[in-house]
Design a protein around this ligand. Structure first.
Ligand SMILES: *Cc1c(COP(=O)(O)O)cnc(C)c1O
Length: 362
């Protein structure tokens, strides 16, 4: 039985998407305009945030939000090393220095302790990542008194105590890359915040630092959420909670079938609703396990095997004394394996994954 790593499908929604794309094509309003504004409003309402500003992608959302929070050249930004490269890259592209902190390999997220160890008098912002859909402890980071930019790219729809990921810090960056929990038919992103000034500055920066196309008050970006993508996202946003519910049901089915005796599933954050962007577990020999799964048609893959602080592109940002010691990161990188997940995963496929993990296991 073939079991894909990403069990998602937009087939059911394609007719409606095609209709809405045709509407936008006919409208002639392709850059910003009513479709983007409507999505921004709907997404802000969904999250319970004051403002949403659509941008070109999640990486730009991070860079632009950092600048809007007042981060600039020479400033330090604390980021986990066990994340997608873009989290740190976004700080580097605005001239800031990413300072890498460790993660707890059980949750794959930063903790207040790992962040605290990376703080210096030059720290200007903290970027916790809700990795794989699990909530980072953003509330505990508030005590450091620094701006917090949530990297919520993998956690659209996750909640804790009735609040959505993306409304726990000062601002948040979202990505609508097709594989994310809410994805479009191409690139897209958004910055979300309750802070009026931050939202205003993000709006300025995404359009070359100009409000009126006459006066350019900052050096900005050309980075806007496309009206066509906004139309797609407006069709899909009402589906998100149902999809995330099904992702959690798949995780529960894995647990019921005894997957926890074969691998170490990631531990959901206290009081949080995980949205399982990926279902990532740890195993002492993930490559052997994934090879065994592949023989039975079950897709699995390790993420971030080389963590960001060991990537060649980050070499010049490391302290002169050498790379930091991040044992939790090294453990997460060496042992993680993502198993099939998605709203379309069937009961039979769940059983096949568990059976494949059990076959030949020692
Ligand atoms: C996908 C992702 C990004 C970047 O989003 P893009 O839209 O691809 O630029 C940033 N951070 C994390 C954790 C991501 O998963």
């Amino acid at each position: 039985m073939r079991v894909p790593l990403f069990a998602t499908s937009l087939a059911e929604h394609m007719p409606r998407i095609a209709e809405r794309l045709a509407d936008v094509a006919a409208s002639g309003r392709y850059i910003l305009g009513p479709e983007v504004e409507a999505f921004e409003e709907e997404f802000a309402t969904y999250l319970g945030a004051r403002h949403c500003v659509g941008v070109g992608n999640g990486t730009d959302a991070l860079s632009i939000a950092l600048r809007a929070l007042g981060v600039g050249p020479g400033d330090e930004v604390v980021v986990p090393s066990f994340t997608f490269y873009a989290t740190a890259e976004a700080a580097a592209t605005i001239g800031a220095r990413p300072v890498f902190c460790d993660v707890d390999p059980a949750s794959f997220c930063v903790t207040a302790e790992t962040v605290e160890r990376a703080l210096t008098p030059r720290t200007r912002a903290i970027v916790p990542v809700h990795l794989f859909g699990n909530l980072a402890p953003v509330e505990e980071l508030r005590r450091f008194g620094l701006p917090i930019l949530e990297d919520a790219a993998q956690a659209t729809g996750a909640t804790r105590a009735g609040r959505r990921a993306g409304t726990l810090g000062t601002a948040a960056a979202f990505s609508f890359f097709p594989s994310k929990n809410l994805g479009g038919l191409g690139d897209g992103g958004a910055v979300v915040t309750d802070d009026d000034e931050v939202a205003e500055r993000v709006g300025l920066l995404r359009s070359h630092g100009s409000r009126d196309k006459q006066t350019y008050v900052e050096v900005g970006y050309n980075s806007r959420l496309d009206a066509l993508q906004a139309a797609v996202l407006r069709v899909l946003l009402p589906e998100l909670d149902g999809w995330n519910e099904r992702r959690r049901a798949v995780a529960a089915a894995y647990a019921e079938r005894g997957l926890g005796e074969l691998v170490a599933p990631s531990v959901p954050a206290q009081g949080g609703e995980h949205v399982y962007h990926l279902y990532v577990a740890r195993h002492a020999r993930p490559d052997e396990l994934s090879a065994r799964l592949a023989e039975r048609g079950v897709e699995a893959r390790s993420y971030y095997r080389v963590p960001v602080h060991r990537q060649p592109g980050m070499a010049s940002y490391l302290p002169e004394a050498g790379p930091p010691e991040l044992p939790g990161t090294d453990e997460a990188a060496a042992t993680n394996l993502a198993l099939p997940m998605g709203p379309e995963l069937t009961r039979a496929q769940v059983e096949e994954v568990v059976a494949a993990c059990a076959s030949g296991s020692t």
